[in-house]
Design a binder for this molecule. Structure first.
Ligand code: PMP
Length: 393
């Protein structure tokens, strides 16, 4: 037997990724993953962009590049962050990563020693919890209401806890809860952060996918002290297969992320960056995002309408204004894992909520994704799911 590092004892595969093989079967109606609608990927346009890149700049596209990434793409990102998030930044404050997932893993490496404390919303993104675990922190999850993280609780924890080194938040259409922080909550949060001067990781993969209501400012746009590290990604507005995300942070922080990027993979893939950049120059990303929004809005409404009709008041669920997920809290007597087994027997899949809580528990919760299935499948799957829930109440 070989000996593994201590940290490996804390790591396990994500339930969702293990589920992916199972839910990829064509006869399964899956609300499990967080996958975009594949029929919306602009495949022909990507072919055109990719061929153009290889014809015009083939040698550059196949060569190593700088660690921070292709300047033109970072310029396009800076422009988009200003237009969509009111974040004033430039290419010197942007580092390209392999999806925002890599930005999460790097955040842990940059800020966390073993035993340090990381704060997050309760529940929070399972992939972030797993990424942070590699650095062996302790987790404290802060309760939320319909307006986001509870600020009194946050202050209480900050006042009474040593070694809080990082706060991880998803203020827009959170994964898994679908919740969005109100403007008031964002302002209060920044006041508290400015007082305690703790770095914040603002993860925003879904912000552009708003179906209704007003856009709210990113925390980063309210950040006067350079404490917010903003993670962006092309996964949900273009395609996750590019594996392109970015970190936007003030210089001294970004320099640390740059060192880690050098050590882990030198740079994001040149060909991917050039093709995405060319696609944005050749085609219309705003129009594309609008199509995605329209599609997910309809799918979300279909899913929520069925739950409204079918489920009794004792089952609580969120009605998100954007993003990919809704979150269900069943009466405490119902075990979502058992429910999941019964649903799988009828070829309907979802993920149970426990994994989204860093310290476990909450066995009565589950997450549903609505972006990946066409409406007729959502109807069929949700009718089964609601029936099985009612049978188990
Ligand atoms: N953060 C959140 C909140 C997510 O939901 C996801 C993917 N589902 C990611 C980060 C990672 O996305 P990617 O690496 O594809 O950018």
């Amino acid at each position: 037997m070989v000996n593994f590092a201590d940290r490996m004892s804390q790591l396990k595969g994500s339930e969702i990724r293990e589920f992916m093989a199972l839910t990829a079967k064509p006869d399964i109606i899956s609300f499990a993953g967080g996958m975009p609608a594949p029929e919306l990927f602009p495949v022909d346009e990507v072919i055109e962009a990719m061929v153009t890149v290889l014809k015009e700049n083939g040698q550059e596209a196949l060569q190593y590049g700088t660690t921070e990434g292709v300047p033109r793409l970072r310029e396009q990102i800076a422009e988009r962050m200003k237009a969509k998030n009111n974040i004033i930044t430039d290419i010197d404050h942007i580092l390209m990563t392999s999806g925002s997932q890599e930005g999460l893993a790097f955040s842990a490496q940059v800020f966390l020693n073993k035993g340090d404390v990381v704060l997050m919303e309760s529940p929070s993104y399972l992939g972030a919890i797993n990424a942070f675990r590699t650095c062996e922190p302790n987790f404290i999850d802060i309760p939320t209401d319909s307006e986001g993280m509870l600020m009194d609780e946050l202050e209480r924890v900050l006042e009474t806890t040593k070694n809080v080194k990082m706060i991880y938040v998803i203020p827009d259409f959170q994964n898994p809860s679908g919740k969005t922080w109100s403007l008031e909550r964002r302002k209060q949060f920044m006041e508290i952060i400015n007082k305690y001067e703790i770095p914040v990781i603002e993860d925003n993969p879904y912000g552009e996918l708003r179906f209704e209501g007003e856009y709210l400012p990113a925390l980063k746009s309210l950040d006067t002290k350079g404490l917010v590290v903003y993670l962006g990604t092309f996964s949900k507005i273009l395609a996750p297969g590019f594996r392109l995300g970015w970190v936007c942070a003030e210089e001294s922080i970004l320099a640390k992320y740059n060192f880690i990027k050098q050590a882990s993979s030198l740079q994001a893939p040149t060909i991917s960056m050039l093709a995405a950049s060319k696609w944005i120059d050749m085609f219309d990303l705003d129009a594309h995002v609008e199509k995605i929004r329209e599609c997910y809005k309809n799918r979300k409404n279909t899913m929520i309408d069925i739950m409204r009709k079918e489920l009794p008041d004792s089952c609580k669920f969120t009605d998100p204004e954007g993003g990919l997920f809704t979150w269900i809290e069943l009466p405490e007597s119902v075990n979502a894992k058992e429910l999941s087994m019964k649903c799988l027997a009828e070829k309907v899949a979802f993920v149970t909520g426990t994994g989204f809580y860093p310290n476990g528990g909450h066995e009565n919760t589950l997450r549903l994704n609505y972006s990946n299935m066409p409406e007729e499948k959502i109807v069929e799957g949700m009718k089964k799911l609601c029936r099985i829930i009612k049978e188990n109440l």
